[in-house]
Write a protein that binds this ligand. Structure first.
Ligand SMILES: C[S@@+](CC[C@H](N)C(=O)[O-])C[C@H]1O[C@@H](n2cnc3c(N)ncnc32)[C@H](O)[C@@H]1O
Length: 200
């Protein structure tokens, strides 16, 4: 399921910060699996943070922060931002200048997140599409570094040339819809066919 897929992309770390934690189910799973020693659960909404406190009440290694974006001077070595649109994640990252590892799962517009990382000194070292409960998601892990992406990698995933069953299924579905739209979609169809040629 979605939580398991995302947490499997978080490497062992000291302090995990979840930005926009809501009920903090992701943080709870990370703690339960021993992926992190400590955690910071943060959200822009006080109400959401109350939900997080209820989920994590059994853990005394968690701090809480009501905050728009990434809390200032955070000591987290891994930052998790999931379940928000690509515009919001890009905005949050644009106000951060630390060097934690980022694990990001935008609900939409993953290309905006990849584009931001590409232009701002991050190297994406994992970029995976997965399917959960009939929906498709992206999860991206990045660190400070250099890995320049092509326009195709930004749009379809840094690792679109690596075989991925979910990516293939997602793009076949998009292709089916685009084909109904005729000539206007020709360019997009050609791009997707190029990606699918790597997914045989
Ligand atoms: C759909 S929930 C995602 C919860 C969890 N991260 C997950 O993936 O299951 C999005 C959460 O992001 C929070 N949020 C939205 N904008 C935010 C911001 N700028 N800073 C911090 N939290 C934000 C919302 O309050 C909400 O709790």
């Amino acid at each position: 399921m979605r939580f398991q897929e995302i947490i499997s992309c978080v490497q062992a770390c000291d302090t995990l910060l979840e930005v926009g934690c809501d009920h903090a189910k992701l943080t709870e799973l990370a703690l339960r699996k021993g992926v992190c020693k400590r955690a910071i659960a943060s959200d822009i909404s006080t109400l959401c943070l109350e939900k997080a406190k209820a989920t994590l009440c059994g853990y005394n290694c968690v701090e809480y922060s009501v905050c728009d974006g990434i809390p200032a001077n955070t000591n987290a070595d891994c930052i998790l931002i999931c379940g928000m649109g690509g515009h919001t994640i890009r905005d949050i990252l644009s106000r951060y200048d630390g060097n934690a590892t980022l694990v990001l799962s935008p609900q939409s517009h993953a290309e905006l997140v990849r584009g931001f990382l590409n232009e701002n000194g991050y190297a994406i070292n994992l970029d995976r599409c997965f399917e959960s409960a009939g929906k498709f998601y992206d999860v991206i892990r990045a660190e400070n570094g250099e890995r320049k992406l092509s326009a195709m990698q930004i749009k379809y995933g840094a690792d679109y040339k690596t075989h991925n069953v979910a990516l293939k299924k997602r793009l076949l579905r998009v292709l089916e819809n685009l084909r109904g739209g005729g000539e206007a979609n020709a360019e997009r169809i050609a791009e997707i066919e190029e990606v699918l040629a790597w997914q045989k």
